[in-house]
Design a protein around this ligand. Structure first.
Ligand code: CP
Length: 338
């Protein structure tokens, strides 16, 4: 099926067959990385990477992806673009998106954390670009979702568990304390895509750290549709029982945004009190020899100990590498000469 021109703001917006198409192509692109097979798919085309927030993996992997497909990725920042905001006059999204579409084969957007006044505003901006753009908009992580990370996570599970063994396994998506006040995007994407692929999902966090209720409802429905279980735990130890995959990650409290901004220092002070919420070797012993995964950057010593993050069951670097392969596949299918 043709995926040409499709936006990617969340994996939930795509059918399971479309996601499998991306993952299968990503697997082949990984195998054929240094052959000519996919080397001209983006011949002479430019992908715009529009970053409101910093990045290591996303910028580097998109840039490498465009190069490996024979194209180019251009880094853009809002401060160099004179855009209209709530506080300043400037160019509208309608105009910017239409003009950018005349130059680029696709536009990636990252907007998170302190660059939005309230949860949901990053999603609104991505949707506005998607409304006016004539080329695919790809979320490179916004406040709500991180689809490229979700795809890379799933490719990592295929790689380490076997594609046919993912269904029915328990994913423990567990909160970790930390000093980074992280957006909800990676964890929300993770519980959505893993439940689409039939995994049992246990979401564990201290009382009060609830995620977006709409995303929880979608995850529950995915689980029901795929014969999987969904549960919420507030126990930082027992939640590990029987897990096959442990994904430990901080996320911010729903009260972190108030009065039109993110109160980061307040959130860090609140989160750092929950010192029991760390993934360590003792807790990992309660699992079924679980894989450890994390989207990175890791807040070592808070979200997870060094012994687990750098241990034999950690797949963090493979998952980080997979960002390259899934983004190549996504770009090829939505923007390229496939
Ligand atoms: N996982 C991820 O998106 O990493 P960066 O923030 O470094 O891009």
């Amino acid at each position: 099926m043709s995926l040409k021109g499709k936006h990617m703001l969340c994996t939930q917006d795509w059918s399971i067959d479309e996601l499998i198409q991306v993952l299968e192509l990503a697997q082949d692109m990984k195998k054929e990385r240094w052959t000519e097979k996919y080397a001209r798919i983006l011949d002479r085309r430019t992908f715009f990477m529009f970053f409101y927030n910093p990045s290591v993996r996303t910028r580097q992997s998109f840039e490498a992806a465009a190069t490996e497909l024979g194209g180019h990725a251009q880094f853009l920042e809002p401060k160099s673009m004179r855009l209209k905001t709530a506080k300043t006059a400037g160019e509208t999204v309608e105009d910017a998106a239409n003009v950018m579409s005349r130059y680029a084969c696709g536009i990636g957007i990252r907007i998170l954390e302190d660059k939005i006044p309230a949860y949901g505003e990053g999603q609104k901006l991505c949707e506005e670009y998607a409304k006016y753009s004539k080329v695919p908009i790809v979320s490179m992580a916004h406040d709500k979702f991180h689809p490229c990370q979700g795809l890379a996570d799933m490719q990592g599970l295929w790689q380490h568990m076997g594609r046919e063994n993912v269904k029915g396994k328990k994913l423990l998506q567990v909160w970790g304390h930390g000093a980074l006040a992280r957006s909800w995007c990676s964890v929300q994407e993770s519980i959505l895509i893993s439940s689409r692929f039939g995994m049992d999902v246990t979401l564990a966090y201290p009382e009060g750290y609830d995620l977006d209720p709409e995303v929880i409802e979608m995850t529950k429905k995915n689980c029901r549709d795929n014969g999987a279980n969904f549960e919420i735990s507030h126990d930082p130890v027992e939640c590990y029982d029987g897990a096959h995959v442990v994904y430990s990650r901080n996320w911010m409290h729903p009260d972190a945004y108030h009065d039109g901004e993110l109160h980061k220092a307040e959130e860090i002070e609140r989160a750092m009190k929950y010192t029991d919420w760390i993934c360590d070797e003792e807790k990992m012993k309660r699992t079924e020899n679980a894989l450890f995964t994390h989207p990175m950057p890791i807040d070592r010593g808070h979200e997870v100990t060094d012994a687990v993050a750098s241990g034999p069951r950690s797949i963090i670097y493979d998952v980080a590498e997979n960002r390259l392969h899934v983004q190549k596949a996504l770009m090829a299918l939505t923007m390229g000469n496939m």
